[in-house]
Design a binder for this molecule. Structure first.
Ligand code: GDP
Ligand code: MG
Length: 434
């Protein structure tokens, strides 16, 4: 999950390897237990999103953060011990660390230490698809890095003071800073051009003929759990091939046999640092290409109504508000009271942990997909077997009967109106069928 900097490229090799992580959090007295717990839960989900495995969680309640180490001396020692004992590779702090805290903690704990902002940037970097998205993320990364480079320089010169701590090392940092400033200016110029010509970029058409479903919602809502449950993770060899290209997109079959594609998009984040808003939005551009949005809501979260509203507002902002959507109120196994889903939306209440509920969800998705299709009745000659097979995975075949005498098969079902298959079907449509 660590981001390696190589020349001017921020690469993300190794993002499939799972890194062992210890989480650390400081709860201020002004923060309610509930809110703190939910932010630690979110940090865990973010870590998993970045391919980390949480081995332990260390927290402390304090009146204020320690200026040098965030946590108290004893807690930091406990943290270092845990890291040792578990052979963890990385410590992630919930919150933003000052440049000097970063240096102090890394020195004291002896492994890679990052903060919540770096973790989020890492996730965005892996998920950014469009040119704009990649530039926005790099810009945010460089802006994050800049003050921390000088922090490192200062820490170094304070450390030994004098020979061996200045000179080439310091000069190198100066160069890096100058390079970074130039690169930031360059990125801003490029983004300016992209924004001015955005209309042209928007015309990009769908890459794929298959129906596209996008999972959206807050981090920790259960998107990835649902993604895996729906697609039966580790399933077909084809999906594994897909996985190496894009671990966030998979094919699956609806109960009728119709093949669709589902994507697990980057999750919304509570209290997203404002410096990351632009990068976050640009990683969600792909949502606009979806044919159906599954809006996953953690119904057990105390702020779920606010979360739901934030997501809907942003979808509107992204020009995706008009797309067909299904609200998935998840984690109902954790809520006892019944609540009323927001009016005017198609909705399902469920638990991603229940197989029966996942089947119900698939049925509901199929109903939503059918709403985007048109009914047909066709008569297809038996010799067109291949076309018939195609219909079964690219359309919904509701009923089929073989007519031996006429050597045809009558098919009743649903297709997507504006896709090539609909044209290919036209010669076989029975006019009186509808
Ligand atoms: P994402 O951030 O939206 O992808 O959320 P995840 O799928 O990673 O899930 C976050 C946490 O919620 C994980 O610990 C899941 O095991 C848990 N979770 C997901 N769905 C449910 C559910 O329906 N019920 C319960 N009790 N936990 C769930
Ligand atoms: Mg996820």
């Amino acid at each position: 999950m660590t981001k390696q900097k190589e020349g001017n490229e921020l690469t993300n090799k190794n993002h499939l390897r799972r890194e062992k992580v210890v989480l650390a959090g400081c709860q201020l007295l002004t923060q309610s237990d509930e809110r703190f717990a939910s932010s630690m839960e979110e940090l865990k989900a973010l870590t998993e999103t970045a391919n980390g495995v949480v081995a332990a969680v260390i927290t402390q309640k304090r009146a204020r953060k320690d200026a040098a180490f965030v946590l108290g001396k004893g807690k930091v020692a406990e943290l270092a011990e845990k890291v040792d004992e578990l052979e963890a590779e990385t410590v992630i702090f919930n919150g933003e660390l000052t440049p000097s805290q970063l240096v102090n903690l890394s020195g004291r704990i002896g492994v890679h230490v990052i903060d919540r902002t770096q973790l989020i940037l890492d996730i965005f970097a892996v998920r950014a698809r469009s040119r704009e998205g990649k530039l926005q993320v790099e810009l945010a990364q460089l802006n994050y890095l800049l003050p921390r480079l000088s922090g490192k320089g200062k820490a170094l010169s304070r450390l030994g003071g004098g020979i061996g701590t200045r000179g080439p090392g310091e000069t190198k940092l100066e160069q890096d800073r100058r390079y970074i400033r130039r690169r930031i200016a360059d990125i801003k110029r490029q983004l300016d051009t992209i924004v001015r010509h955005r209309e042209r970029y928007r015309e990009r058409r769908k890459r794929n003929q298959l129906f596209q479903i996008a999972l959206v919602g807050y981090t920790n809502a259960g998107k990835t759990t649902l993604f895996n449950a729906i697609t039966d993770a580790g399933g077909t060899a084809e999906n594994q091939l897909f996985a190496t290209l894009d671990p966030l997109t998979r094919r699956f079959q609806l109960p009728s046999g119709l093949e669709v594609v589902i994507s697990d998009t980057v999750g919304f984040i509570q209290d997203l640092p404002t410096s990351l808003v632009a990068a976050f939005r640009s990683t969600l551009e792909e949502v606009k290409e979806a044919d159906l949005i599954l809006h996953v809501i953690d119904a057990s979260h105390p702020d779920f109504l606010q979360h739901e509203k934030t997501v809907l507002d942003l979808l509107d902002d992204l020009d995706a508000g008009h797309l067909p959507a299904l609200a998935v109120y998840n984690k109902t196994d954790k809520v006892d009271e019944t609540f009323i889903p927001s009016p005017g939306m198609k909705a399902i209440r469920m638990s991603a942990k229940s197989d029966r509920d996942v089947e119900r969800l698939k049925d509901e998705i199929e109903r939503c997909v059918k709403d985007e299709m048109v009914y047909f009745e066709a008569s297809i000659p038996l010799e067109n077997g291949k076309f018939l097979a195609k219909l079964r995975t690219r359309a919904v075949v509701a009923e089929q009967t073989t007519n031996e005498e006429r050597e045809t098969i009558s098919v009743k079902g649903y297709t997507f109106r504006d896709r090539p298959l609909h044209e290919q079907l036209k010669p076989f449509i029975r006019e009186h069928g509808r």
